[in-house]
Design a protein around this ligand. Sequence first.
Ligand SMILES: [Zn+2]
Ligand SMILES: [Zn+2]
Length: 356
Amino acid sequence: MNQLKEFPCPNCNSELNYDADKSKLSCLHCNSQFPINIEKTVLKEIDINSFKTLMFQEEKDSYQLDYNCSKCGKINTVSSTLSFFECENCGNNVINSSAYQEKKVTPQGIIPFTISKEKAISVFNDWIGKGFWNDSDLKKMSLIDNLKGIYLPFWTFDCSTFNQWSGQSGTHYYENEYYTDDKGEQQSNRIQKTSWSFKQGEFTHLTNDVLITDNDEIPQNIIDEIYPFHLDELLPMDECFLLGWNAKTYQSKMEECYSLYKDKVKEVVTSMSIDYLKDDTYSNLQVSTTFSNETYKYIILPIWYCSYLFKGKSYFFIINGQTAKVHGNKPLSTSKIALAIVLVVLCIAILLFLNG
Ligand SMILES: [Zn+2]
Ligand SMILES: [Zn+2]
């Protein structure tokens, strides 16, 4: 059952959008603004067993749904996985509640966008402008059309771990090694040596909010670069935050996400174990980790993303829609690099000439 909802402006019947600058619903037509009355609450942690069950349950297939626009009569055909779309003829805003509701899990929480498109563009311009090696032609290019604000799905995991570690701890010491030189005089060298001792121990470690994305567009290692999100700002999920923004449902890569979260936790406890074991150096580290009290939440988070082609190569940048932290790769200016190489070669030639 499709649940398509429109949010007309009560004053002029035009469409409302969620305004990231004002954290309100606003009407671009008559400039009316409407506050969103949603209080922060602590979201419920769900026991991991239900997540493990979900891993092996089939999701409903996506399908195409028809929307007959109430404003212009146009019949739009869109994917059932889109939580928000605009009428392709008149731009009327439509929330598709069934996109989230037809999945096995619905989002519990959302961090609404606080970075508007204008801010995202200025963040990008600042970032691309930095660095001598950047290709200045890029600044002239308009990337605005490719820039997309999207709410992406995330699983966030909590757990407690009990860790037992052991290994060889190495401490450096120095000894003098004596020898006789060409002139028959005794000389010495200071030699670093290592004494090894077996060490072991155990510790418990609590981990909160390991964030793993479950989307098919932007890989985890790229999203890692724009962390952290301030999850204390999470609000209970409300559809009105989606008005005017793209939003994706999760991809059901649950097994992958679950093992990725465990890997991230293991990385942390391994580095803690190294700190316990290591004196000057260490070897043969063994860590055994037992997970308990595992819980999860399903939330959606705001991200600005743009991928583009420039002089035949593909580039991207990504902005945290809550904090404006930016990451990406930039085209380097080949002419500036060529000039630098010429200058270096020239300097070497001059030095060789002067020394010759
Ligand atoms: Zn209005
Ligand atoms: Zn329309």
